[in-house]
Design a protein around this ligand. Sequence first.
Ligand SMILES: Nc1ncnc2c1ncn2[C@@H]1O[C@H](COP(=O)(O)OP(=O)(O)O)[C@@H](O)[C@H]1O
Ligand SMILES: [Mg+2]
Length: 485
Amino acid sequence: MRLAHRLVLASSAAVALVMTIYGFTIIRQRERIIGNALVRETETLAHAMQIVANSAIRNGQRAPLDRVLGRILGDPETAISAVLDTTGAVMAGGPRARMACLDTIIARPGPVPERHGWSNCGGRVRLIVLPLQEPAEALVVARRTTVMDRDIAESRRSILLTSVALAVVGSLAILIIVRLWLTRPLLEILEGVHRFGGPDEPQPMRVPRAAHELQKLARAFNGMVERLDAKQHVLARETEERIALERRLRHAELFAALGRLTGGVAHELGSPLGVISVRADAIQSLPGADPEARRHAEAIGREVERISALVRDLVHVARRHGAGRDPLDMRAIVSETAGLLEGDAERADIRLSVDAPDHPVPVTGDARLLRHALYCIVLNAVQALRTHPGPRQIRIELRAENGGITVAVEDSGPGIAPEDRARVFEPFFTTRDVGEGSGLGLAISAGIAEEHGGEVAIGTAALGGVRAVLRLPLAARRSVTDGTE
Ligand SMILES: Nc1ncnc2c1ncn2[C@@H]1O[C@H](COP(=O)(O)OP(=O)(O)O)[C@@H](O)[C@H]1O
Ligand SMILES: [Mg+2]
């Protein structure tokens, strides 16, 4: 049952109880007052009649006495008005038939004693019996309580009506007050609570214009929302940090394993690859060599170059704990990397632009590694654009700000599918065809950046493709080399 209905029920019950007690008291009081008035009136009438009767009997004037008593009996409120003689017969008074209860009230034979009290004569009556001179014996007067009964019934009715009206008005007033002061602000608070559980960002609720306690409740809720929000943020940050840490750990483990592997593999592969490459060149330049053999030799040379490039990548990974700590100007690294890929870009009809400040951008690190990290990033952009229709553009932007440097590489290529975005840093993750990509590029770049206290982030470029950002800490300005070997 609703709160408002409960309150209305309770208040109606309270009003009904109060009115019942009040009505009972009032009716008892009225009964007493009207009863006393009836008693007094009957006493006065009886005593007046006693004087009149005594004088009439003394003077032998029965007829006027009869008339007076008859007239009194004519009043419907009078039940008995008679003068009895010593035998019990009615000496004077109204017709005996109208005083049917006279015999039951006055016990015969025997003397009739004086009486002042209540009796029954077709209803309650006030009975007075007064002695008279002989030959009469007694004057009997009985007045009905009809008027008093009617009055009391009326009082009862009006009290009942007042009670009902009071209960209705009181209930309505309570209903309105409860709605305004309790139900409405409570519903507002409830709505705020529901909103909190909804899909939107948790928001503090509007404190309702209501009783102090309800405002306190809303404020307490808002306090709780704020605390929860803060905790949620802390939790989200901690989760992010944990994920990043896990990623770094995974990388570290993998790099360690790769390092051990590549140390040996690179060493073992290096010399035979060198030999194969030299021999392939030699076959190609053999005077009078069969053109078919030359083509094969050329293919062998190309494939060997690809294997050598992979081996170089692996060597970079293997050596990551040996990065140098030289003072460098990042502008040199950027322009050299761009220079390395300029030819590739041109062949693929790609417009490659570099935007760098005109003052040195100092970083501390290993020039060769940093160049390689940036090379992998720009190469990805070149590869993404090679087969991409529409304008092909790569923009490399170097900036130094807030104690760090950023090299943003933006391209107008197809971008990275959302489902791949989380995986591009995984070593060996690639979407390129076999032979085109090893899936090591971004893993190596990220590894090198981390080793330099920085990071690589992938986002969406204004040009429509990928925006890959290499971030590094800015070194204190001091003598800077251009990093060339
Ligand atoms: N600029 C880019 N545009 C589109 N896709 C990219 C870009 N850079 C990286 N990727 C995606 O990230 C994957 C991983 O890149 P990477 O680690 O360099 O390996 P690889 O280039 O050998 O595939 C790529 O296969 C490609 O799907
Ligand atoms: Mg790559």
